[in-house]
Design a protein around this ligand. Structure first.
Ligand code: DON
Length: 314
């Protein structure tokens, strides 16, 4: 069988490595499922899936890769891409910075000098980014957001209403950040509408396999390798990956860059995506999180894959 060009192994060898990794990481017991949003606390902590999709569309998967869960903060990367398409780099940069914070994802902080949120990956920056989605009213904005996600996954997607309602009911911390940004005139339209769209964006349902296809789309310069459809303009992929690299894993971003060496994004759902430019999208789903909100098994799996296939960018 020919080697898989991106991973320098036969497809059987890649699959068998993933199966071994899945078995060994299943033994990892640490971490705690997110419970600050009641709907998230209901997830089965034993769910575990790993999926790789190459930039030319080969799929390797093991475990619960078809199970649906809410995308949570992983959405922030893709919404940043949409905001860039809608307004261009300079406008978006004037509203949301690109500096890592070293603080938790839900910290209520803005840059003192510019009054901008630090980056599009922390909640404050993500809410500001969502408020940049163009459209005539809430329905058009939601439809544009859902269409954007459809291009990345290659099929229809839905918002989990129970999670959305749960997020909205318990989202006062996000509300506080949003009102602070409104005070500094950093958000254009109605703040409750922006929050509503942010809560819906976090509640979009995906599988681990969907996330791997989304990551592979970024690896493939914005073209979904399964459908051939362009999901985002190629010129903005570099911006998205740069911010993922420096800010995607929150206050673990530095150690992640050191150990794994790939642009990545995590979410409180227990998902992590990582991108090997021009080669591969990686996704892991395992709900128990460490103290910084990153999946315990997800971090271990990505580190092992990066080491095994020599994927660290440096
Ligand atoms: O804003 C929130 O609280 C969530 N809906 C998204 C947070 C999230 O996934 C942060 N990531 N670790």
């Amino acid at each position: 069988m020919p080697d898989d060009a991106s991973l320098c192994r036969t497809p059987d060898a890649v699959q068998s490595f993933l199966e071994g990794l899945y078995q060994s990481c299943r033994e990892l017991r640490g971490g705690k499922v997110a419970d600050y949003i009641p709907e998230l606390a209901k997830v089965d902590p034993n769910l575990f899936g790993i999926c790789l999709v190459t930039a030319d569309g080969q799929v390797f998967e093991v475990g619960d890769t078809a199970h649906l869960f809410t995308i949570q903060s992983i959405s922030k990367v893709f919404v940043q891409g949409l905001a860039l398409e809608d307004h261009g780099r300079d406008y978006v940069l004037a509203r949301v910075g690109v500096e890592p914070t070293g603080d938790a994802f839900n910290a209520i902080i803005l840059d003192e000098a510019s009054k901008r949120p630090y980056n599009p990956m922390v909640n404050a920056g993500a809410i500001a980014t969502t408020s940049l989605i163009a459209g005539d009213g809430p329905t058009e904005r939601l439809n544009r957001l859902l269409n954007m996600f459809r291009r990345y996954v290659g099929h229809d997607i839905v918002v989990d209403v129970a999670t959305y309602v749960s997020e909205r009911a318990t989202g006062d911390r996000n509300r506080a950040m949003a009102y602070l940004m409104r005070h500094f005139k950093m958000v254009d339209w109605d703040i409750e509408e922006a929050l509503d769209l942010y809560f819906q964006q976090c509640s979009v349902m995906v599988s681990c396999r969907d996330l791997a296809v989304m990551a592979a789309t970024l690896a493939n310069q914005g073209v979904n390798p399964m459908t051939g459809d362009r999901a985002v303009e190629a010129g903005y992929v570099r911006d998205m990956l740069s911010v993922m690299y420096t800010c995607g894993m929150y206050n673990f971003a530095g150690e992640w860059a050191y150990r794994v060496g790939l642009p990545a994004k995590s979410g409180v759902c227990g998902g992590i995506i990582a991108v090997v430019p021009d080669q591969l999208g990686i996704a892991v789903f395992s709900p128990p999180l460490d103290g910084r909100g990153n999946s315990v098994r997800g971090v271990r799996v990505c580190e092992a894959i990066s080491q095994e296939f020599g994927l660290h960018l440096f």
